[in-house]
Design a protein around this ligand. Structure first.
Ligand code: SAH
Ligand code: SF4
Ligand code: F3S
Length: 426
């Protein structure tokens, strides 16, 4: 049987896309390999969001192309966002690439795979998904693309226009996964809150999915502040199945920078929305994406970002230094900040957030939590990993067979970014 090896860079959407492609290949008799060595097909799924992400992918692709010399017949495919951005130019730079499938082709990926590997009669094996986060949790994309054109961002160019997945397609994917034992689903999209299909918007989608029997938890990412409504908070507050976690990127604390970024909200609008979420969803975990060193950002403006981080107290955050992307509006702006200055701002921000994360975990010690057990921790016998209703990682000690179960536990210790907990009652 032919074998395929995946290397997936980038966001969760790429993970979901690799998974969808694997499903199609599995129907054609492919088995998944956990090493590139001896694989008939190597697929590298790429990200373009920052220059460093592209550099990492390019280095890997070059390695695989070189390795093909020892594997006659081996094929190398490059797919995803960088494949979309650079297209056939990639083949010129790295001659070993056999096929390029850009991110926009994910919309018609069934046909793309069929054109490469036509299905034979009788070929219809279905296989369980391999890239899913664990055997207990999985992703379901609900919308693709982005129409927001934040000045710094390449995603609208490589992923194309916003497109919502029809409601019935989402519903049957969720039910099929729950039937196969999945307990938690994360709805994915660049801006899940702009979901709208046939009059069903995102809060409506969430509240309908909360009614699916056997689905214990619902998560979603990413939300854009301009699309968040009171109705989103209403469904979060009213359904115990919807995680008490909101990932809401704010990017920068200065209104001048937010306007230059084309984010379409002000820092005080963001603070106002967060205040309401905190009031209506007790104990909510808030997380964010934050960028430093956008063109012309002054030190005083950077301090406004720090102030917002200090006031809101995110449980965790992804933090980045601005990286110019060709073709975006910001690439034409004069940066006016040295690389060293950008990195100094980034380390100051990371130090502040790390301290807040540590304090929040520390404060949870003694609290009672509801933990969904997602799987065993590494190879340790009785140690199991899970997540509370927010976004905190929890480690508990249990006997066999607890994956997928929800327990009441009490946090007894914090190790920085993980809570150690004990079961309470039965
Ligand atoms: N759609 C999501 C984010 C997608 S990209 C959203 O709007 O929130 C993930 C994060 O990467 C962004 O939130 C941003 O913080 C960061 N990012 C995007 N483009 C970047 C760039 N050119 N340089 C540095 N960070 C960038
Ligand atoms: Fe990029 Fe902005 Fe779209 Fe997010 S909302 S993907 S940051 S353009
Ligand atoms: Fe990267 Fe594409 Fe995701 S650019 S962040 S893999 S949408």
């Amino acid at each position: 049987m032919p074998s395929v090896y995946f290397q997936t860079f980038g966001c969760q959407m790429n993970t979901a896309d690799s998974d969808a492609i694997y499903q199609l290949l599995a129907q054609r008799g492919f088995v998944l390999n956990d090493s590139c060595v001896g694989s008939d097909l190597i697929i590298v799924n790429t990200c373009s969001v920052r220059e460093a992400a592209e550099k990492r992918a390019l280095a890997r692709i070059a390695e695989f192309a070189n390795g093909k010399k020892n594997h006659p017949g081996q094929k190398l495919w490059v797919i995803g966002c960088m494949a979309e951005r650079l297209g056939d130019a990639l083949k010129k730079d790295i001659p070993g690439i056999d096929n390029i499938i850009g991110a926009k082709q994910m919309e018609r990926i069934d046909d793309v795979i069929e054109s490469q590997f036509p299905k034979c009669q009788g070929d219809d094996k279905t296989s369980s998904s391999i890239f899913q986060k664990t055997a207990v949790t999985d992703f379901v994309p609900v919308m693709r693309g982005c129409d927001n054109y934040c000045a710094y961002c390449v995603v609208p160019y490589v992923r194309g226009r916003e497109m919502s997945v029809p409601y019935d397609v989402i519903e049957s994917a969720v039910k099929q996964k729950v039937g196969a034992g999945i307990r938690e689903i994360t709805f994915l999209g660049q801006n899940v809150n702009s979901y709208n299909h046939g009059g069903i918007d995102f809060p409506e989608l969430l509240s309908r999915m909360a009614g699916v029997d056997g689905l214990e938890r619902i998560r979603f990412t990413t939300s854009h502040p301009k699309d968040c409504t009171g109705r989103l908070i209403d469904v979060m507050a009213s359904s115990p199945k919807i995680a008490a976690h909101l990932h809401l990127p704010f990017q920068a604390g200065s209104d001048r920078i937010l306007a230059l970024m084309n984010r379409r909200y002000t820092a005080s609008q963001y603070r106002g929305f967060i205040d309401t979420v905190k009031k209506r969803v007790p104990g909510v975990d808030l997380t964010s994406d934050i960028m430093v060193g956008f063109p012309s950002e002054t030190d005083a403006e950077f301090r406004e970002t720090l102030a917002l981080v200090r006031d809101i107290r995110f449980t965790a955050a992804f933090m980045f230094a601005y990286s110019p992307r060709e073709g975006t509006a910001a690439a034409l702006m004069r940066e006016g900040i040295s690389k060293a200055e950008k990195l100094a701002r980034l380390s100051e921000l990371i130090a502040l957030q790390t301290e807040i994360t540590r304090e929040i975990y520390e404060k949870s010690v003694g609290e009672e939590l509801e933990v969904l057990v997602t799987g065993r921790q590494q190879k340790r016998d009785r140690a199991w990993m899970g997540q509370d209703r927010g976004c905190k990682r929890v480690l508990i000690s249990c006997e066999e067979g607890v994956a997928g179960m929800i327990f009441k536990v009490r946090a007894v210790k914090s190790s920085g970014m993980t809570l150690i907990a004990e079961r309470v009652g039965q």
